[in-house]
Design a protein. Sequence first.
Lengths: 280, 242
Amino acid sequence: MRTRGGAALLRVLAAGAAYVMLAFLLLPIVALLLTTGWSDFVAGLRHPLVLPALRLSLVTTSISLVLVVVPGTALAWLLVRRPGALGQAIETAIELPVVIPPAVGGLALLLAFGRRGLLGASLERFGVTIPFTTLAVILAEVFVSAPFFVLAATVAFRRLDPTLMTVARSLGASPARAFFRIALPSTAPSLVSGAAMSWARSLGEFGATLMFAGNLRGRTQTLPLAVYTALESDLRAAQAIALVLVAMAFVLLMVLRRSAAASGGPALGFPPVRSPERMP
Amino acid sequence: MSRLRFDVAGGIGAFDLAVSLEIGDTPLVLVGPNGAGKTTLLLMLLGALRPSRGRVELDGEALFDSARGIDVAIEERGLGYVPQDYGLFPHMTVLGNVAFGLECRGRMSAAERRQRAFALLEALEVAPLAARYPRSLSGGEGQRVALARALASEPRALLLDEPLAALDASVRRQLRAFLPSRLASLDLPAIVVTHDPADAAAFGEDIAVIEAGRLVQRGTLGTLRARPASAFVAELAGAARD
């Protein structure tokens, strides 16, 4: 039987657990900030690892973002407009890269595009070698980050009232015009936050990149790989890169919060994937 | 004189829908209990749902004909549609919503479009709302804006789904006086779907009743009252006193 004292104790324990969790989550970030002085930070940034990695990360994540968003929007639209058993299966398949370990993803990419992989021989015939190139970095990023965008876009399109599209068509809009003038703008906030999530995943991508693209400075060494490499030679460089990544993440989070406030959804985290049924 | 004629059938969920009707320049009020297939029928005429067989004909031109394999796309049918919750585009202003109808149909400058859209809003007495967004409109205002938008595309016939259902009593009385006379002045074949007897009475002389996907009776309120073909019709005609 619960007593007044028991309830109070439970409340204290729960609060204690909550604060321990909070402290645990914040402590590493605080440590990163406290242990890096300004001069260390500046010196770290000057390390020869940093600039090429920063440039490579920005270039590859920008390209992978485009490669995710454009076909990803088309795929999400298709999944929502043509529901069915196949659609369900495809949706589950798309979720896979989110849950499988990145290193496994990297191995899978190697087995698909590697020299002795499924497509490797055919690609080689055309003189194309993908593994351990910048292209491999981009492919790894697309592979791990696309699901974040496609799932967010699928949810957004599913929430779109199909009546709006019917009305637009009845007013004389072609399917394409209805899509670009009605469906896209009215789901834009959700699409933007999906794209931001996906970009963040690309930026932090490590395991699949290491397996599939290696760790070659200027060609495949992105910021997370540079942190790992710098740790062996110059801790300050590792800390400087880490702080740059934290700053980027923070800016991204702010953008997400604003766009979430605009659309009324959660800032981070996955919106429910399966949602209300559509018009009969 | 314009004419909308159709004879469509299709299995929709629980039952088969099979309705054949012909409509001239006076609005037809389509009445039936919830789930009778009224909205489904509108969507079939509109082209958003495909009947399994039948014909839809507007002014002698086939919009749909299963026998001849004709299925004109929604945007080519020229049917104005006002859905139950008005379907206003939430990311566009009231003026933008109406201008969208003009944008899709004809080649005119942006300035001309704004002017025409504004004139349509004026005709429906909602011009002061031009710069507002749909979420800030009341039900009655939304209804008028949706109608203005449907008219912007110069439709050859109008389909209104439960135009008064979502409104509170006073606005409803107001629109009951306004909408029917406005529709009558358009000289277009129009179908007005409702489940409310008083709305049915307000909208017209020509009432068609469907139940479970079938046309039960068509006639004036007087006919329905004198010789009701079903218990629902009797109840409907009895309730529609005004």
